[in-house]
Write a protein that binds this ligand. Structure first.
Ligand code: ZN
Length: 276
């Protein structure tokens, strides 16, 4: 599943390839993904220029020159691939194919169809039902210890569960929640409202750092990828605790190694010795 760093990397990878480019035609091969496409979707996009590419949580926002935003979510298995003019044979799961005037093609592929694409007026995008309840943007400039502490205050749930609540912190997936708590030395079982002061500060920095490290790792992978295949995709990271049950904790000599527990139906990986 694409996590926030992958989505950010997709945005950064796409930007130089399609920013300022004009759409000439759009082939829409399904009537819906997770939600139906808006009426006249292909027609609305034709002739428009992409003027801005942004990310909010795991949503990709392509601003168009008519004040509309093409809002994209990659769901569980979505990919956006930029390719050249020759790759025009669509695959079975290529649901939307956007042709640009310069010959560039942007293909949205999604075998499981949990992703979505819709059009939203830019002026009211913050109030859109998909975006309005989103919590703090973990790579936002104002994501600091005190801001995180205040978002967690009064939350009587485990900090790990709180970090996956999209209304508290937006777009932080299971992998990065585990890795950030590990780096910050905070137990995933600690009550969210007890993460205060220096702890909240450490956690805010850890969240930002694990995401940025993944983005940088992806950035180098991405360059190779674009050069060799003309496409952009996901990448594998190395994790300290995620998926590392029974392996030694990289930071200490624990007799038990990395543990796995289930919280809110999701696996949590952590070190019970140095995460408090
Ligand atoms: Zn440890």
């Amino acid at each position: 599943m694409p996590e926030l760093p992958e989505v950010e990397t997709v945005c950064r990878g796409m930007a130089p390839l399609i920013m300022g480019s004009r759409i000439v035609s759009v082939v829409q091969r399904k009537s819906s993904l997770r939600i139906p496409f808006p009426q006249g979707f292909s027609r609305s996009l034709a002739g428009r220029m992409v003027t801005e590419i942004e990310r909010r949580a795991k949503y990709i926002l392509l601003t168009l020159d008519n004040g509309m935003v093409l809002l994209v979510h990659l769901g569980m298995s979505g990919t956006l691939v930029v390719s050249g003019y020759k790759d025009i044979q669509p695959g079975k799961h290529d649901h939307v194919i956007i042709h640009f005037k310069d010959g560039t093609i942007l293909t949205y592929t999604d075998p499981r169809r949990f992703g979505l694409m819709t059009l939203v007026p830019k002026a009211s995008i913050e109030q859109h039902r998909l975006l309005r309840k989103l919590g703090l943007e973990p790579l936002g400039r104002d994501f600091t210890g005190p801001v995180l502490e205040s978002a967690l205050s009064g939350r009587k749930m485990a900090i790990k569960v709180a970090l996956l609540d999209q209304t508290i912190v937006a777009g932080l997936g299971n992998i990065y929640a585990c890795e950030a708590l590990y780096r910050a030395g905070i137990s995933p079982r600690r009550l969210a409202n007890s993460v205060k002061g220096l702890r909240a500060h450490r956690l805010a920095i850890a969240i930002r750092n694990v995401l940025n490290d993944a983005i940088h790792a992806g950035g180098s992978t991405l360059r190779d990828y674009v050069q060799s295949t003309g496409s952009i995709g996901y990448f594998q990271h190395e994790f300290s605790v995620y998926g590392c049950e029974h392996k030694p904790c990289p930071n200490c000599v624990c007799s038990t190694g990395v543990k796995r527990i289930v919280q809110g139906g999701r696996s949590t990986f952590f070190c019970s010795r140095h995460q408090r």
